[in-house]
Design a protein. Structure first.
Length: 99
């Protein structure tokens, strides 16, 4: 299939739709509504969403370390991670403990 200038917006919408679908699946961050489904097209975007989450945690840590002791900052960082991901990682940890 040859891409023409008219096909590019549709291609970009599809790519960004997959990114936003991955973002809404892995986080509670608001994203534009898309018709994207969680599937093979969204999987390549999971590491990118992880990078976004990591960047947000870094900024959160950077600010809090200037204001609070390290132990309190670590506690708030874990709570922030749990909040931003909707607890999806904590659910996985709990699943390992319930046998």
């Amino acid at each position: 299939m040859r891409y023409t200038p008219l096909a590019r917006p549709k291609l970009i919408r599809g790519i960004m739709g997959n990114f936003f679908a991955a973002l809404t699946f892995l986080t509670i961050l608001p994203a534009p509504r898309t018709k994207g489904q969680i599937g093979a097209g969204t999987l390549p975007w999971f590491p990118v969403v992880g990078l976004v989450i990591g960047g947000l945690i870094f900024l959160f840590n950077y600010i809090l370390l200037r204001l609070l002791p390290v132990q309190i900052t670590a506690l708030f960082s874990v709570l922030f991670l749990a909040a931003i991901t909707g607890g999806i990682h904590l659910d996985g940890l709990a699943d390992t403990a319930d046998g």
